[in-house]
Design a binder for this molecule. Structure first.
Ligand SMILES: Nc1ncnc2c1ncn2[C@@H]1O[C@H](COP(=O)(O)OP(=O)(O)OP(=O)(O)O)[C@@H](O)[C@H]1O
Ligand SMILES: [Mg+2]
Length: 303
């Protein structure tokens, strides 16, 4: 369809440094109601170039609603949404993409039987020759896909293999490399490690770090505080649609983050309930007082 002649791919942290530390994307008191269901309320979030912002939260906390606003699928119904400091309101994902905001969904939109290189260019194929004789530039697409994957440190034996034969982790990596190539400045990853084993999760985390090192602002949605803490610069925890915690890495330890995610107070209440039941071992569960103490303690255990 379109030739890849323009775009901002290759944008680096250096280019964006000219803008000072202005966030690429910012939410101020943003919220979203579906009819009279308030899914999200009063959320503040900043995405900076060369940083990974992790959004954590339990099922139904509002994570997907949050990224749908940023990726142009839904519109916020309260507060402000700014891109490059300008208030915006996207009506379609295309508008978000035009601003360099790319989203990699968990159920990746790939054609399983098509080769890797073909999926890399899906919807934005390279062509050659003048209209009406224009045809696909297969050689150039193969070469470029190979180069771009290698640039991200992704080595696949054969780009002719159907993408359906790659592992879930490898497919996520191809999607990340693709977003980087097509000029993304902000990369949103919705639970990229949720269905993956330890080794594959490690591979995906590595490419999240690679995208960050190329100067992209990354929004990493996850249930897993350990995964978040391995790559995150900032942590936002959502609970029942509001922001329960928003902290830089220097302000929160992995232990505290895990307590926030585990719903520390709820766990203590559960312990109290279960203590009455025979055959349930609650010794290892924390006391509410311990959790309060650890939340108030100065951060430690950071790497
Ligand atoms: N289209 C919709 N219409 C009405 N309510 C919705 C809609 N989408 C989401 N909700 C509600 O908004 C709340 C937040 O949902 P959301 O999908 O954002 O949560 P989530 O954090 O992504 O959860 P999960 O981890 O299960 O994906 C939920 O209570 C959900 O039922
Ligand atoms: Mg979700």
């Amino acid at each position: 369809m379109t030739d890849k002649t323009t775009g901002t791919h290759g944008t680096t942290a250096k280019d964006t440094a000219a803008n000072g530390d202005r966030p690429l994307v910012e939410l101020r008191g943003a919220g979203k109601s579906y009819g009279n269901i308030r899914a999200l309320h009063g959320v503040d979030l900043e995405v900076h170039p060369g940083r990974v912002t992790c959004v954590l939260g339990d099922n139904g906390a509002g994570k997907s609603t949050l990224i749908k606003i940023i990726s142009g699928l839904h519109q916020h119904t309260e507060g402000e949404f700014l891109v490059d400091g300008e208030p915006v309101r996207f009506s379609t994902p295309r508008e978000a993409l035009d601003k360099g905001i790319a989203t990699v969904y968990q159920d990746l939109a790939v054609v399983p039987l098509m080769p890797v290189w073909r999926n890399f260019f899906l919807g934005s194929e390279m062509t050659k020759g003048p209209w009406p004789l224009r045809r696909l530039d297969i050689e150039r697409m193969k070469k470029t896909a190979d180069e771009e994957l290698r640039n991200m440190g992704i080595v696949l034996d054969d780009l002719e293999q159907p993408i359906g034969t790659l592992s879930g982790g490898q497919r996520q990596c191809v999607a990340i490399a693709r977003a980087v190539y097509f000029g993304a400045r902000v990369l949103i990853l919705d639970e990229p490690t949720a269905a993956l084993g330890v080794k594959q999760s490690g591979v995906v985390l590595k490419y999240i770090a690679a995208a960050r090192d190329r100067g992209l602002g990354v929004i990493f949605i996850t249930h897993n505080p350990h995964h978040a803490y391995m790559v995150g610069d900032h942590f936002s925890v959502l609970r029942l649609g509001t922001m329960e915690l928003s902290a830089d890495r220097s302000e929160v330890s992995l232990e505290e983050l895990t307590n926030h995610m585990a719903g520390g107070a709820e766990l203590a209440a559960l312990k109290h309930e279960l203590a009455q039941v025979r055959g349930v071992d609650v010794e290892e569960l924390p006391e509410e007082a311990d959790l309060k103490a650890s939340a108030a303690a100065t951060p430690e255990g950071k790497s």
